[in-house]
Design a protein around this ligand. Structure first.
Ligand code: ADP
Length: 363
């Protein structure tokens, strides 16, 4: 999708991909298959590139520093990206710049988790491995010392957080360029099912203008303080007492910004490309009153394409984005966007299409 955004600008992409089956490898012309954890592979790949950017955050920080030392611009740079790679580093930095976060600290063992619980309101406590988690993997909600043993098995540092009693999850998406120009997308509501993003509504319904502005400013401030280049997604909790707390950061086009492909004047992908090339950023404002994105998860039914006929005929405004992935139950294999003036109708159309593509409904 980032590649797609570069095409009208005549920008050529070269892709380093784990396997030829990866979504991007199926569409980019110039693909190198290799391991992003191997410095020699990265160095060979980077030769001749004007700039390097990412669609995931797992390239080791020290390898990115080595590429920078070789003179290749890496955007976002390793000193910014580490805050999206390591939740411990992220929490420490956000504390230092005064960004509100859930109560937290690094814990050493299950007894320490019990001590952390006692320092606050007791169990439950949320435990997270500081590196390597995604889509709820690497996150545990524990109710006792006994339950707190699992997260320590991986041998990675573990972060404990209070379990926030949130009313909903929001995301503030911003893009920043090396020039220091920045734009903010409308704050969205993001609904998760089993720890996986299911639905995004843009803009977040019934969010008071003042709180939306506060969330946008908070994200713009993080982007500036951390010197983020490109797209930054700030995942937020809105608490029952009206506070906004930061959950985590992603420094790349993000699932909470997929709605912008069809719902904003400039998509997150187009603005990410502009930012890493230090071009003027595009207008992030919405094109419609409401845009809804629903993720399409794999179901039991491997052939999603047969559903196109029904979905497209039923809703000519529907935008389908499939990733060319093999269908496995629960795997994100695509998303749909719909938009319009009536939120209930827009939500209904998006949910219907996603469920039909998944095969959980047949009408
Ligand atoms: P991932 O790296 O998998 O995206 P997150 O840190 O975003 O992990 O956590 C996944 C989900 O777990 C969040 O979207 C939220 O629903 C829930 N969660 C995470 N941290 C907390 C917390 N401190 N309190 C309550 N729920 C949480």
């Amino acid at each position: 999708m980032t590649h797609e955004a570069g095409i009208p600008l005549g920008i050529r992409f070269k892709l380093l991909s784990d396997t030829p089956q990866d979504s991007a490898a199926q569409v980019v012309g110039d693909v190198v298959i290799g391991d992003y954890r191997d410095l020699d592979t990265l160095r060979d790949f980077a030769r001749g590139c004007d700039v390097i950017t990412f669609d995931h955050e797992h390239v080791p920080t020290e390898h990115l520093r080595a590429l920078e030392a070789d003179g290749i611009p890496v955007r976002p740079g390793p000193d910014a990206l580490v805050h999206a790679q390591d939740k411990g580093v992220m929490r420490a930095r956000l504390d230092a710049i005064g960004v509100p976060c859930p109560r937290h600290r690094i814990v050493s063992d299950p007894q320490d988790v019990a001590a952390f619980a006692e320092e606050g309101d007791g169990f439950p406590v949320v435990l997270k491995t500081v590196r390597g988690g995604y889509d709820g993997k690497g996150v545990w909600v524990v109710r006792s010392v006994e339950e707190a043993e699992d997260p320590f098995r991986a041998g990675v540092p573990v972060l404990a957080e209070e379990k926030v009693d949130f009313v909903r999850e929001l995301a503030a998406n911003v893009v920043r360029s090396p020039h220091g120009q920045a734009v903010a997308y409308p704050v969205v509501e993001s609904r998760q099912v089993n720890g996986v993003c299911d639905t995004v509504i843009a803009p977040a319904p019934d969010l008071p203008a003042e709180r939306a502005l506060q969330a946008e400013q908070l994200a713009l401030n993080i982007a500036k303080e951390l010197d983020v280049i490109g797209h930054l997604a700030v995942e937020l909790f809105e608490t029952r007492d009206g506070r906004i707390l930061v959950n985590e950061l992603a420094m790349r086009p993000h699932n909470s910004g997929h709605w912008s492909q069809d719902g904003a004047i400039t998509s997150q992908f187009a603005n990410h490309v502009r930012a890493v090339l230090d071009l003027p950023l595009g207008d992030p404002r919405p094109r419609a009153k409401w845009t809804v994105m629903v993720n399409v998860l794999g179901g039991d039914y491997p052939d999603m394409y047969s559903a196109y006929l029904h979905c497209m005929a039923r809703d000519p405004q529907l935008k389908i984005h499939m990733y060319g992935k093999d269908v496995k139950p629960g795997r994100k294999v695509g998303h749909v966007n719909t938009y319009g003036d009536d939120l209930a109708d827009v939500l209904d159309r998006a949910r219907h299409a996603a469920a039909y593509l998944r095969g959980t409904i047949t009408e």
